[in-house]
Ligand binder design. Structure first.
Ligand code: FES
Length: 326
């Protein structure tokens, strides 16, 4: 396991609305050291949804800040309740959070970097832009939004990158053409992407079509971004006749673990694959929301990441671990 969760108490110091739907939260852990954390780091935050304790993962915004940890949360109507909870908080609120951790590794020896952000996917990209600008690396940031008013951190990024920031605002007719962007990059470019799942799929296809090594495209997406609406679905356990309803605001991982099935997990962001379960039947459709499996594996749907992926209808899985029989 790559993440060792160390939970600590923190105080919400301040909130700031960055756009009508994106709010920044400044959290200060009780024993804050101000130690630097790697690019692409995130923290888990303990939230309460319908009276139940749950966990949500948020990217750190920017490099280390002496005031505390910054995260930004989009108020998502399609969310499982985490954003609603976060937006209900006022300064002074107490929270439990984990230490920052990252699965993203950049090859700092590269001469050229390309950053791609879609909407609130800008959050992990801000720190990468700061680090690369500080190292005087050759970097360009393509930031795709519906309108400029949806673009968080725009002034700061303009000050940091100048003309190396290219905003693709849909309402200005400047949609991001990934094939064109990737086609024009020097061959040894390393790209870091964060955006919704549909955009990630397009980025992977365009990257592959440009003939580059897939390992040179590093990416993150959000657990809440799928191709299907976030709705309840059913999970049947192979050989047990047991069936669970996964409500719209809970993950399959949470429901199965609460029922004693001990499904292992690590990142709980769809990145590590530790929570993958064998799929033995699909009566409906799986909505793969992880970034661990390849497109080919997702089309085959022989496995599912229980932490983020969802479904429409009923799926049958093999958890391998059986609940204790009392
Ligand atoms: S726990 Fe890492 S992908 Fe699910």
């Amino acid at each position: 396991m790559r993440f060792i969760e160390t939970w600590t108490s923190a105080t919400l110091q301040a909130v700031r609305d960055l756009t009508p739907t994106i709010r920044e939260f400044l959290l200060r852990p009780d024993h804050f050291t101000g130690a630097p954390y790697p690019i692409g780091s995130h923290i888990d935050v303990g939230v309460t949804i319908d009276g139940q304790p749950q966990t949500r993962s948020y990217s750190m915004v920017g490099e280390v800040d002496p005031q505390g940890y910054r995260i930004a949360v989009r108020r998502a109507p399609d969310s499982r309740g985490g954003s609603r909870y976060m937006w209900s908080l006022a300064p002074g609120a107490r929270l439990n959070i984990t230490q920052p951790a990252s699965l993203v590794q950049l090859d700092w020896t590269r001469r050229q970097f390309c950053l791609i952000a879609g909407g609130v996917g800008i959050t992990p990209i801000v720190g990468a832009a700061q680090a690369l600008a500080r190292r005087d690396a050759r970097v360009v940031l393509h930031y795709a939004v519906r309108t400029r008013s949806d673009a968080a951190y725009l002034d700061m990024l303009e000050g940091l990158l100048g003309e190396r920031l290219i905003v693709h605002a849909g309402d200005e007719g400047r949609r991001l053409d990934l094939e064109r962007v990737f086609g024009g990059l020097p061959q040894d470019t390393m790209t870091l992407f964060c955006g919704p799942m549909r955009m990630l799929d397009a980025a992977r296809r365009a990257w592959e079509a440009s003939g580059r090594a897939m390992t040179d495209l590093r990416y993150e997406t959000f657990g809440s971004s799928g191709l299907l609406p976030t709705e309840a679905f059913r999970v049947r356990l192979r050989g047990e006749g047991t069936e669970f309803v996964i409500p719209h605001d809970r993950s399959m991982l949470e429901v199965l673990n609460d029922a004693g099935h001990e499904v292992m997990s690590d990142c709980r962001r769809g990145e590590c694959g530790v929570c993958a379960l064998d799929v033995v039947g699909v009566d409906g459709e799986i909505d793969h929301r992880d970034v661990f499996f390849s497109e080919h594996q997702k089309r085959e749907s022989r496995k599912i990441c229980a932490c983020v992926s969802r479904a429409r209808g009923t799926i049958t899985v093999d958890t391998l671990h059986r609940a204790d029989v009392l």
